[in-house]
Ligand binder design. Structure first.
Ligand code: ZN
Ligand code: ZN
Length: 254
């Protein structure tokens, strides 16, 4: 199997069976290191659902710091202190500005178990690109919060590309980032009648996918008021490529 994206949480902070807080596990090659895209509460527990060990997590890339996207960073820190794990390798933490303050401040609030001595913190500015282990990463600001980013990742050698919106409202910068991408992993928080400016609905998610000309759309980040299957049907009226609907534990091939 080639690159895979496993869903650790396809829901929101509001409890819903089968849809936990935001977290995704990207593996560029079978048996290779794992990068988490966001790490909301429950993400670390759900690694087991996907058969991923804590020690396999090499990197966490954050979209923003709403707690449904980042709180399990500290559960990960605690887990990495567990003697059962033995020696853990370096962990790289990548995110928008504010990451260092959170990592350095955590032990003062949560105790020394929240310290991450082997973690390298990288704060990125919107638009800044970097490359790791043959993967190219690029981001854009999306206005969901002042710091929030959407991410695009693809092998330098080509083959696939993934855009993760994080949380966003309709935003041309995200459309540009996603231009021609293979897979758009797109937040779809609320039904149309509950639309808000800084989140998407099935219609606005599908409109972004269509405007960007992506090949495939995966809807995720469902609040309890939204029926995922219905969201997929609504999106299909606008976007005519394949549409998948995420739920916890699903694994998508990229
Ligand atoms: Zn958010
Ligand atoms: Zn969120």
């Amino acid at each position: 199997m080639g690159a895979t994206l496993g869903v650790l949480g396809a829901g929101s902070i509001l409890p819903r069976v089968g849809y936990g807080c935001a977290g995704y596990a990207l593996r560029a090659e079978a048996g290779g290191p794992v990068t988490l895209l966001d790490c909301g509460p429950g993400s670390i527990r759900n690694l087991a659902t996907l058969g991923i060990g804590v020690g396999e997590v090499r990197r966490v890339v954050f979209s923003h710091y709403h707690l449904d996207h980042c709180l399990d960073l500290f559960a990960l820190a605690f887990a990495r202190h567990n003697p059962a794990l033995g020696a853990v390798g370096e962990l790289e933490l990548v995110g928008p500005r504010g990451l260092r303050a959170r990592v350095e401040g955590a032990p003062g609030v949560l105790g020394h178990w929240a310290a991450m001595p082997a973690a390298k913190v990288v704060e990125v500015e919107p638009g800044e690109a970097f490359e790791r282990e043959g993967l190219r990463w690029r981001s854009t600001a999306n206005g969901h919060t002042p710091e929030a980013l959407s991410w695009r990742v693809e092998p330098a050698a080509g083959g696939w590309s993934l855009v993760y919106t994080g949380d966003t409202g309709p935003d041309v910068r995200v459309v540009e980032l996603a231009r021609g991408a293979d897979t758009l992993l797109c937040e779809c928080s609320f039904p149309e009648e509950q639309a808000v400016a800084n989140h998407l609905t099935p219609t606005s998610a599908a409109e972004m996918a269509r405007a960007a000309g992506v090949r495939r759309l995966i809807l995720t980040h469902f609040y309890p008021s939204l029926d995922p299957a219905e969201a997929g049907r609504k999106a299909a009226r606008i976007f005519d490529g394949p549409i998948d609907v995420a739920c916890d534990g699903r694994v998508f091939e990229l």
